[in-house]
Design a binder for this molecule. Structure first.
Ligand code: AKB
Length: 324
């Protein structure tokens, strides 16, 4: 039987781009995109799935003979703090549903995204290693730290091949993030291209680990395609892209837009960012499946600005309409 992939959370920042890449690689008919609402942007097969409903996941898995699941649906760090218990319920319930359906249907491979949000006090802020102490201070981070352990549990107990990456902030022109602490690093490029002042919710020196969308997608597919024997981390792999502060992005943007204005008004998200690593050590990903990032801040800035200029030139000033 060939590979049949189900992407849960296919309308999201990462999911929408990953789905297209998987469709290119595995063909349109072998990738089933799903999310809680239908997307007009999705070209291939789409199923509406509320991932808190295990029967609905089961139905789609059976109908298409799914062999791999990418479970990307979650409430992120900043949004999650508005309703902590609901965030916990949704993030954990959807994961348990995916793990249970995968176990019962003998799914070959499952992808579960974790995050740098699993780290907090007690972990080194610079070059944080895979096995650093996990002491998350957001409900999102707690759900990801627990999720990593559940992923490992299903592997050890049932042999389910669950693989995971701890994503840094993801920066891409293709889609918009929603509800994260690292979202500023996408928004700032939109404001620059639209000729608007940027109001930054982090401090100018709040350095965080980030990764360009193309690197993040490549890492995900490389991990999922790696031979099973080479996977030695069954909780989640650290991956490093680059690290920068808001002021460093501003400086880079000003090389192209010298009049770009920014104001710093740190809010509760600064408290979240202050507990996260500034940079990540990713020796295991490099050793086990050959991980290597390709994009630095200069390249990311040039590509973001060029691609967003092209999109905004096409007409709309409204980035929601433009990108969806
Ligand atoms: C967030 O900011 O919550 C996410 C993440 C780092 O997982 N982008």
């Amino acid at each position: 039987m060939g590979t049949k992939i189900l992407v849960i959370g296919a309308n999201g920042q990462l999911g929408s781009v990953l789905t297209k890449e998987l469709q290119k690689k595995y063909t349109m008919e072998n990738v089933i995109a799903s999310d809680i609402k239908k997307s007009d942007d999705c070209k291939g097969i789409f199923e509406v799935i509320d991932a808190t409903d295990i029967n609905r996941i089961q139905e789609v898995v059976e109908r298409y003979g799914i062999t791999q699941i990418y479970h990307l649906a979650a409430i992120l760090s900043a949004k999650g703090e508005e309703t902590p218990l609901t965030t916990w319920d949704i993030n954990m319930k959807t994961l348990f549903n995916v793990l249970e359906v995968s176990r019962k249907n003998r799914i070959d491979r499952v992808f579960f995204p974790s995050s740098i949000a699993v780290f907090g006090e007690g972990a080194p802020l610079e070059n944080t290693p895979d096995d650093a102490y996990l002491n998350p201070a957001t409900v999102y981070g707690i759900s990801k730290a627990a999720g990593e352990n559940w992923a490992q549990y299903y592997f050890l107990r049932y042999g389910l091949d669950v693989r995971s990456i701890r994503y840094p902030g993801v920066i891409g022109y293709q889609s918009l993030p929603g509800g994260g602490t690292t979202d500023y690093a996408v928004d700032i490029y939109h404001k620059a291209v639209m000729g608007e002042e940027f109001d930054c919710f982090l401090k100018e020196d709040a350095t965080l680990p980030m990764i360009f969308m193309d690197d993040a997608i490549r890492a995900t597919i490389e991990l999922m395609e790696a031979p099973k024997e080479s996977i030695t981390v069954r909780t989640s792999y650290n991956i490093a892209g680059i690290s920068f502060s808001p002021q460093e992005v501003v400086n880079e943007i000003r090389k192209l837009y010298p009049d770009f204005e920014v104001k710093y008004n740190p809010d509760f998200r600064q408290e979240i960012a202050a507990r996260w690593p500034k940079s990540i050590e990713d020796a295991s990903a490099k050793k086990d499946w050959g991980w290597k990032p390709e994009f630095n801040l200069k390249e990311i800035t040039e590509i973001m600005i060029q691609k967003l200029q092209e999109k905004y030139k096409k007409g709309s000033k409204n980035k929601e309409i433009l990108l969806l």
